[in-house]
Design a protein around this ligand. Sequence first.
Ligand code: PLP
Length: 397
Amino acid sequence: MEIAKRLDRITEPQTIRMAKLSRELKAQGINIVDLSLGEPDFRTPEHISAAAIRAMEEGQTKYPPVAGLPDLRAAISEKLRRDNGLHYAADEIIVSTGAKQSLANAILSLVNPGDEVLIPTPYWVTYSALVQLAEGVCRFLPCSIDTDFKLMPEQLDEAITDKTRLFIFSSPCNPSGSVYTRAELQALAEVFAQYPQVTIISDEIYEYINYMGGHESIAQFPSMKDRVAVVNGFSKGFSMTGWRLGYMAGPKPLVQACEKLQGQFTSGANTITQRAAIAALLGDMTPTKLMVEAFRQRRDFVVRSLGSIPGVKANHPQGAFYVFPDISHFFGKKDPEGNLIANDEDLSMYLLHSGHVSTVCGSAFGSPDCIRVSFATSMDLLEEAMRRIAEALGKLR
Ligand code: PLP
């Protein structure tokens, strides 16, 4: 059987490859501490699961409207007003099977073959894959630990060309945990004001996992609202990764285009999950706040631990549940068996096979000087992992 050529344009995400590798080593009886994970290690709050059970008992199991249940779209509209000061009518919102599908819908609706898409690095792996699937051309804008992995307005200004159609970023960012402030977003918005042909996808899925107070969206600036697709979802803030629900809020023509695509791809998201999502948005946020507090303690511990290892330059994430240290100091060194650590992938593999800790190499996110360390696991395991990483790195000469 011959598989279509378009599949050649994309590869399996490194994050999923690493998780697979860890599982294989664990199956061989090796005790691996898995820090490659991209999901909260908390249960979905009970009141959310209870709403799903109620929906099933009430027989709410028929096809939903393609763009989402009216009640859920109204709840999202209310959430955007309440949390973000953003005013979107229900028909400017579309619910999808995960933020990943929201991104796929938006990218496939916006990018024509040859269109240029700007993506600051480090970026979430799926952005480039989806752009490539749409036959767009990714142009990566390198951001380093020196600017807390944030894009500077001058850099954006220099990068935009006549062919630039789209800009994609996440704040809080996966993998760096960086969070743009209102002033930083405003400075980017001022640059975008000069280039009306550019649409912005603002991925805000880590909104609630924020250690610096409030979340800021680039859609808040009046000049931006009609040009921004705000993508968000339930996976991270409500620990609902397996439920598969996300949404996009944006200009009506874009929402209608996404609805057209989704009508052929999935016919809409799972109805039971949609009922649960209403309970999530309008219900008690205490479980989310407790989870974020636990993440904050773990972040402080991991940043402190990594920062105390000679040669590791740890960043100080303000959101999400990842640290993205610069480990380029170790390139060119050798492990005790004499194997060369030439790059981030070698280092990540060395940590896996010798230290028995799984991480994800930074080049998967477009930043080959770094590795991604997830702290979405228990404090006990994090303590063990930090001990192992320090020991393994200490053996490199
Ligand atoms: N955007 C970012 C930045 C993510 O890290 C993820 C998941 O890891 C997603 C979107 C996709 O989320 P969902 O589970 O809603 O598809």
